[in-house]
Ligand binder design. Structure first.
Ligand code: SF4
Ligand code: SF4
Length: 333
């Protein structure tokens, strides 16, 4: 059961100072070089005042672009292998939107599916999320079509909703209560504030889409929809739920490192076998995989969707692939 408070805007710096004193890094949306992205901040004044979404996602806080898994050194007679240790800096993500906060659940499903990934889990344990509900949206947002919403608490430890003079604070988890305990003076009793967020209309019938995908695998729709896709992978790299990675080695004559790096199922090399055979050799097959993975395989395997409707992929796509429109089309008979 959530406890609710009023958090005056003037108290945000006291909260930030208390979090920093506790040894936590605060990542929040900032406006730098014409982009709004998550960056380390020391005060609330640095936080972007007016944004719908950051361009990149918050997933990097738990799943970095590049991560060292082990090092190896070549000796005269043997190879010395050393596991890398996760670098899990205590971190507070401030100001992420409810869709993004819930996206960590989709990552968790994969990184704890058949084995517990100690790198991901160490970062998640060190991570706390103060989400901020949405009072604005744009045409790319479709959270309500995939079970979320602009005021959804899923994934946040504390969810703030803007109100006159500050925020309504819903404290949702033990991590959230621990943050309140660090700055108890910042949080005031809730005088009965109304939680008001923007309305996001439902754009398509998602359960219908998931059912429809069962008999659309060989449909020409995937070719038609993917004709303009250039396979750049931008949609996957900005996505808070895309979890594909590659394992590569960087080495010289003395040794090297094994690294995990982000990858994208939209790229032609992703499924290329050493034999030269590629089971997904066309862009249409790769586009279909993206849609099926998120809306058919995820529900089958994890009982959840692999998409939170944030719209980052649509905003980032250089050729205007509009995911929401394509899903609405695929949901139709
Ligand atoms: S961002 Fe657009 S062009 Fe690039 S792979 Fe994704 S859908 Fe294709
Ligand atoms: S597929 Fe697009 S809309 Fe869905 S979670 Fe990823 S970036 Fe957001």
């Amino acid at each position: 059961m959530a406890e609710t408070f009023f958090l005056p805007q003037a108290s945000l710096d006291a909260l930030f100072a208390a979090l920093a004193k506790d040894g936590r890094r605060i990542l929040a949306p900032t406006d730098r070089d014409g982009r709004t992205e998550l960056n380390p901040v020391a005060s609330f004044q640095e936080v972007a005042a007016d944004y719908i979404q950051t361009i990149l996602s918050a997933k990097e806080a738990a799943f970095p672009k590049v991560e060292r898994l082990m090092t190896f050194t070549l000796g005269a007679k043997a190879v010395d292998l050393k596991d890398a240790e996760p670098h899990a800096e205590p971190t507070v993500l401030f100001g992420v939107r409810p869709c993004e906060a819930s996206g960590f659940g989709a990552l968790d499903a994969v990184f704890n599916w058949d084995t517990r990934d100690r790198f991901f889990n160490a970062r998640m344990e060190a991570l706390a999320i103060i989400g901020v509900g949405c009072t604005k949206k744009d045409d790319a947002c479709f959270c309500t079509s995939v079970g979320g919403g602009p005021g959804s608490t899923r994934g946040s430890d504390i969810l703030l909703t803007p109100v006159e003079g500050g925020f309504l604070a819903e404290v949702l988890t033990p991590k959230g209560r621990a943050m309140v305990a660090l700055a108890p003076g910042a949080f005031q009793p809730d005088p009965g504030l109304e939680k008001k967020v923007v309305e996001v209309p439902v754009a398509f019938d998602q359960p219908g889409l998931t059912r429809r995908l069962k008999d659309r695998f060989e449909d020409g729709i995937w070719m038609e929809q993917s004709l303009r896709c250039v396979g750049c992978g931008a949609c996957a790299y900005v996505c808070p739920t895309c979890v594909c990675f590659d394992i590569v080695e960087e080495a010289d004559a003395k040794g090297g490192h094994r690294l995990r790096t982000w990858d994208s199922c939209g790229g032609p090399m992703f499924t290329l076998h050493a034999s030269g055979h590629n089971p997904r050799e066309t862009q249409a097959q790769r586009w279909r995989q993206r849609v099926y993975h998120k809306f058919s395989y995820y529900p089958e395997r994890y009982d959840m969707l692999g998409c939170v409707g944030c719209g980052k992929c649509t905003r980032a796509c250089p050729v205007d692939m509009n995911l929401q429109e394509h899903l609405a089309e695929a949901a139709q008979a």
